[in-house]
Structure formats: C-alpha cells, structure tokens
Design a protein around this ligand. Structure first.
Ligand code: ADP
Ligand code: MG
Length: 411
C-alpha cells in the first residue's frame, strides 16, 4: 500500500468513514545555501520523494482532532483542541505544529474544525524538514476543507520562471499563493512552536517541482526552478542520515542567528546579504573574530549558491562538487555547526570517491548529502557504514534523493 492508501485506511479505521481528501507535503534536501535564509540570502533546495500525508474531513463544531500514525502502525493521538481558543503556549509536543497552522489560518479567516489523520515517511528530526512537511500538509488540508486550494500564481510581485511548465494546476478555487502558505507555516513554527527557523523549509515543501531545484532569493521572494538532472551525467545525490542529534540544536541556531544580526548591525547593513564578496575583507576587519567567522560563512555561502546555480543552468552537475565541500568546510570551521558524525559522513564519502559532500540543515546532527557517481554509490555507502561502525556511532541511514514534487492534494 502507498502512503496515501495507508493514511486513507487509517482515517477510515478511526473515524468510520472515508476522508474528504488527502493532502501531501514533502521533506527536502538543501543542495546549498545553509544558514543564509535568515540573512536575506539565497538557498537551493529540492523536494524529497518522502512526504507527510494528511487525510481529513471538516467538522462543524470548531474542534481540531489530530492523530499521527507511525510506520509501525502505532497511533499518537493528540488532545482535541478548539481552534478559536488556540494561543501560543497552549499546545506542546508534536501537535503544536498542526495546531500552530490552524491558529495562523484562523487569523486569515480560513480554518474551521477538522478531523485529521497523518502518516509520514519523512525521517523525523533528521534535518530533512519533517516539521515543515507536517505544517504544509496540514495547511493544505485545512485550506482544502475550507474549500480553497493554493493559487497557481505566485504573489504578483514575485516571479517564477518555470510557472507555466511545472506548477500543478489546482482543481479547487484559488486561495493564497504557495509562497504565502509557506510564510504562514513558518509563522506557525516561529510563533506557535517557538522555533525561530527561516523560510527555507516551508518554501521548499510548498514550491519545489519535480526534476528541479528551487533557487530562492529570500529577500525578494523571487524563485527560479533550476533543472536538476544529475542522473543525465550518471550522478546521484546520496543522503546520509547520521541519526545523531545533539542538544545544541535550538540554542546553537538562535546564537548564530543573533550573531548574524549583530554583525549586520555593526556593519550598518540591513542583513549580511548586503555584503558583497568584494567587500568581504574590509567587512571582516571591522568585526570581532567570532562575528567575522559567521559573516565569512554567510557571504561566501551566498556566492557558492550563485556558482552552483550557474553550473546547473549550464547542465553541469559534476561542476558543483567543489562548492558542496567548500560549504561543509565553511559550516564546520567558520559557522561551527557541524559535529563528529557529520564530519565523518562527509570525509568518508569524499575519501571513497564522492565529487563533493556537505552537512545540510541547521547542524549539530541530522543529515549530509554527497554527490556521487551512480556506479560508485554502493561502495561509498558501504564505506560510510563501516566508518560509523568503527567509530562506535549509531548506524546511519542512506538513500538516494531525486528532486520530487511539492505539496498538493492527491485525492
Ligand atoms: P526536522 O524538521 O528536520 O525533521 P524538527 O525538529 O524541525 O526536525 O521537527 C521534528 C518534529 O516535527 C518532531 O519532533 C515532531 O514534533 C514533528 N513531526 C514531524 N513528523 C511528524 C509525524 N509524522 N508525526 C508527528 N509529529 C511529527
Ligand atoms: Mg524542522
């Protein structure tokens, strides 16, 4: 049974009737552009085939019921909540993500009551953005149950160069744009869950399209769907989920974010995005060492995104390997968000033939990606497993990622 079939069956089992619809939203990998989104910079994610599926029906009493069914079939049932009584701090645990989405949608006049059942094959807490997948799938479900789908159009101020060819047609009346729904989902995570994350994950889940990486200029909101056809060159993106998670995640993220804001203030610019490569040396000379290191990462990482986009536009995936590895070195040494497991995954992949590799996501655990030749992939995976065993680390999980579709209604 597919994920969509199983979530439908789980809904029938709990509620004794068929759901009114099923909505899905994917996790993501970020090819490059890490810790740049909250600096108004550039990112380049693509959507994973791994998704969260939400089956639902509307309720007329304003209540929201939530049940998450795990891959082992075990259900996590959240306490029912009244949507018009939701305020930040009233819901904790995983249910805060969907409840936060209902809270934001209600403020925009959308959410009424619903019964929602969800299932997922996005690894949780692995830096592959299960939280944004959850938010976006729930947002689409609640909007769909209110009778609207995302507008196929971007906000009028935005451009999407591939709009005509790759944004799916929506079958229900158009509501907010995909970019807007992404911002609402981010608001749920920032203000209701309390995680000060940037806009990368939600935009990836809402706006990515099959076969493309999404080049997003966070400041302008401008998007470009960049063909990502590594397979034409015999190359694959290998994801290595280290299954490590270090306690620093939340404080480490906030510290870096505050450090960047402080550096921008000292440099009298709105955001570190405004420091060009040519100005970097002069800018670094004005900053204390710790803030200089953060700044060097952000400015060089933005440039690496532009370099990778240029290479992909010219159809040369093999040319991006060096930028991936340089990104990892910068995240490890300047931004200091890597950890021993991520470094081992990256070093081992490169040492056994990968063209480039980097940690992805916030850091301090989670996943790395490696650009590998198809015929070397199995050998690289084996070597990574062996290296983790020798180091006494938990066994990692690996899989090959292909750029997949963004969020939508499937039935
Ligand atoms: P990531 O987004 O990288 O997976 P986060 O820590 O941001 O990591 O989000 C993980 C959290 O999202 C989980 O701890 C849980 O609260 C919530 N979550 C994700 N997937 C599910 C799911 N299928 N069911 C319930 N909660 C989920
Ligand atoms: Mg997350």
């Amino acid at each position: 049974m597919t994920l969509v079939d199983t979530v439908g069956a789980a809904f029938v089992e709990r509620h004794g009737r068929r759901p009114a619809g099923v909505w899905v939203a994917p996790g993501r990998v970020n090819v490059i552009g890490e810790h740049t989104d909250y600096n108004d910079g550039f990112v380049l994610p693509f959507a994973l085939p791994h998704r969260i599926a939400v089956a639902g029906t509307a309720r007329s009493d304003g209540m929201l019921t939530l049940c998450s069914v795990g891959s082992d079939g075990r259900a996590q049932q959240a306490s029912p909540v009244r949507i018009d009584e939701l305020v930040p701090g009233t819901v904790s645990g995983w249910a805060a993500y969907p409840a936060g989405v209902a809270w934001v949608l209600r403020a925009h006049g959308y959410a009424s009551g619903a019964d929602l059942v969800l299932r997922s094959d996005v690894p949780t807490g692995a830096g592959l953005s299960s939280s944004a997948a959850l938010e976006c799938a729930v947002a689409l479900a609640l909007l769909g149950l209110a009778g609207v789908g995302p507008s196929a159009l971007q906000d009028s101020a935005l451009q999407d160069t591939a709009r005509q060819e790759s944004v799916p047609r929506e079958s229900v009346p158009a509501g907010p744009s995909r970019a807007t729904i992404a911002r609402w989902a981010q608001r749920a995570e920032n203000e209701f869950v309390g995680m000060p994350s940037g806009i990368l994950d939600q935009t990836a889940s809402m706006c990515c399209t099959e076969g493309h990486a999404l080049f997003l200029d966070v400041r302008s909101g401008e998007q470009e769907q960049v063909p990502f056809r590594s397979i034409d060159e015999g190359l694959e993106i290998l994801v290595i989920d280290t299954r490590s998670n270090h306690a620093l995640i939340e404080s480490g993220y906030g510290d870096r974010r505050n450090g960047c804001a402080k550096a921008a203030e000292l440099l009298s610019v709105p955001a570190l995005r405004d420091i060009a490569m040519a100005q970097l040396g002069a800018a670094l000379a004005e900053l204390p060492a710790e803030l200089a290191a953060l700044t060097r990462h952000v400015v060089t990482e933005n440039q690496r995104v532009l370099d990778v986009v240029t290479a992909l536009r010219s159809g040369s995936t093999s040319a991006i390997g060096g930028s991936l590895t340089a990104s990892h070195v910068s995240l490890r040494d300047d931004y200091q968000v890597s950890c021993a497991e991520l470094d081992l995954a990256v070093d081992t992949a490169i040492g056994s033939g990968a063209l480039g590799a980097r940690m992805i996501g916030g850091g301090f655990g989670g996943s790395a990606i490696a650009l590998v030749r198809q015929d070397q992939r199995a050998g690289i995976e084996r070597t990574v497993y062996e290296a983790f065993r020798s180091a006494g680390y938990r066994s990692p999980r690996t899989f090959t990622a292909v750029p997949s579709a963004g969020a939508g209604q499937v039935c």
